[in-house]
Design a protein around this ligand. Structure first.
Ligand code: AMP
Ligand code: MG
Length: 341
C-alpha cells in the first residue's frame, strides 16, 4: 500500500483509476474509496474491499456539472439551482438514473446519488483520470468514517493499493443526501449542508424520520445504507439525553468505576471542564456543532484505543449542524440512549 501526499501521487492514482483499481482520496466530508463509476468490475471491488452489503448504494462524484447527465435523468431547474448554490460541496442529489449507470453503483435502485466534492485533490483526481468516481466512505463497513489518511490506513492496510493523503477532512461528517426524485423532496441523510440552508431554496423539503430514530422493522429504508449498523466503536456507547450539565453523566461514570469498569466520556469542552477530572475526549465548544462533527469520527476511533470498557456521550440540540451530529452519534451508539430528566 502506498500513502502519498499531494501532488506527487496524483498521476499514479489517476492511472490506477483508469485501470479499474481503487484509490482512497480526501474530500471535504470524509475520505472516499473511489473507482471508475462506469466500470462495474471496479465498482464491485469497492464492495469487496469494504465488506459492504450489496444493497447499499454508492455516491457518484463528479468535477463538473456537465458530467451529471451521464448518470442522472430529470435534472430540472430546482436541481440545477441546488447544484449552483451548493456544489462543489457536501450535498448529494438523488434523481432517476440513466441506463449508462451500472446497476452495481446504485445497488439495484432506479435512482442515483451524485455530488461534486469541494476538495481540490478529489476534483483533480476526477479530472486527471477523466472518470466520475463511485465512492463510499473509505472505512471497513460498520466502522466510523475516516477523516484522516491514518484512519483509512488503520482499516484498509493491505486491502487497497493507494491512499492520497490530503490531511484531515474539514467537514468531518458525510454529505447531506437529498432525494429529488420524490415530491416533496426528502432529506434521506442529514449531513454537511444543513436542512435550514436547503430550505432557503426548497421550503417544502421534508426530513426522513430515520434521521433521529432507529430503522423500523418491515419498513423498507428509503436510503438502504441508513438501515445498516454504522459508525460503531468497539466498546459500548450510550448517549445521555437531557439538560446540559445534568448529574447523570458523571453519575454513570462514577457507578461504572465503582463496579470495576473503565469508563470514558465524550463531551463538549465546557462539560469536560465541569466534570473534571473524569476521563473524557473533549469534542469542541457546545455551541459549535459543526466543529464537534468534524472531531466526532476521530473521537469514536480514539475510544477503541483508549483502554476503556464503556463510553457515555453528551447529547446536543438536533438543529442546524447539530442534526447531522446527533444522527451520527445515535447511530454510533446503536440508538442506546438514557434520558437524564
Ligand atoms: P457513504 O458514502 O458510505 O456514506 O454511502 C453513501 C450513502 O448515500 C448510502 O449509504 C445511501 O444512504 C446514500 N445513497 C447513495 N445513493 C443513493 C440513492 N440512489 N438513493 C438513496 N440513498 C442513496
Ligand atoms: Mg459510509
Amino acid at each position: 500500500m502506498t500513502v502519498v501526499s499531494r501532488p506527487d501521487g496524483l498521476a499514479d492514482a489517476a492511472r490506477l483509476i483508469r485501470q479499474g483499481g481503487l484509490v482512497a482520496f480526501p474530500t471535504e466530508t470524509v475520505y472516499g474509496l473511489g473507482a471508475d463509476a462506469s466500470n462495474p468490475e471496479a465498482v464491485a471491488s469497492i464492495f469487496q474491499a469494504k465488506g459492504r452489503p450489496s444493497d447499499n448504494p454508492l455516491i457518484v462524484h463528479i468535477a463538473d456539472a456537465g458530467m451529471w447527465p451521464t448518470f442522472a435523468r430529470g435534472i430540472d431547474n430546482r436541481a440545477l439551482s441546488l447544484a449552483e448554490r451548493f456544489w462543489p460541496g457536501p450535498l448529494t442529489i438523488v434523481l432517476p438514473r440513466t441506463g449508462a449507470t451500472p446497476g452495481i453503483v446504485t445497488a439495484g435502485l432506479d435512482t442515483v446519488g451524485v455530488r461534486m466534492p469541494a476538495h481540490p485533490l478529489a476534483l483533480s483526481l476526477i479530472r486527471e483520470s477523466c472518470r466520475a468516481l463511485a465512492a463510499p466512505s473509505a472505512n471497513r463497513s460498520g466502522r466510523p468514517s475516516p477523516t484522516t489518511a491514518q484512519a483509512v490506513l488503520d482499516d484498509m492496510d493491505g486491502v487497497i493499493p493507494m491512499i492520497l493523503d490530503g490531511g484531515p477532512c474539514p467537514v468531518g461528517v458525510e454529505s447531506t443526501v437529498l432525494d429529488m426524485s420524490r415530491t416533496p423532496p426528502v432529506v434521506l441523510r442529514p449531513g454537511g449542508v444543513t436542512v435550514e440552508a436547503l430550505r432557503e431554496l426548497l421550503p417544502d423539503a421534508a426530513i426522513d424520520p430515520s434521521a433521529l430514530s432507529p430503522p423500523v422493522d418491515g419498513r423498507k429504508a428509503a436510503s438502504p445504507g441508513i438501515a445498516h449498523r454504522h459508525y460503531a466503536p468497539n466498546i459500548p456507547l450510550t448517549v445521555v439525553i437531557g439538560s446540559r450539565y445534568s448529574s447523570k453523566l458523571p453519575q454513570l461514570y462514577d457507578d461504572t468505576l465503582s463496579s470495576g469498569g473503565t469508563p470514558i466520556l465524550l463531551l463538549s469542552d465546557e462539560s469536560s471542564e465541569a466534570f473534571a477530572p473524569r476521563r473524557c475526549i473533549p469534542l469542541g465548544p457546545y455551541n459549535d456543532p459543526a466543529r464537534i462533527s468534524s472531531r466526532l469520527f476521530n473521537a469514536l476511533r480514539e475510544l477503541d484505543n483508549s483502554g476503556a470498557t464503556v463510553a457515555f456521550a453528551e447529547s446536543f440540540p438536533a438543529e442546524g449542524a447539530g442534526l447531522a451530529l446527533m444522527n451520527r452519534l445515535l447511530r454510533a451508539a446503536g440508538f442506546s440512549v438514557i434520558h437524564s430528566d
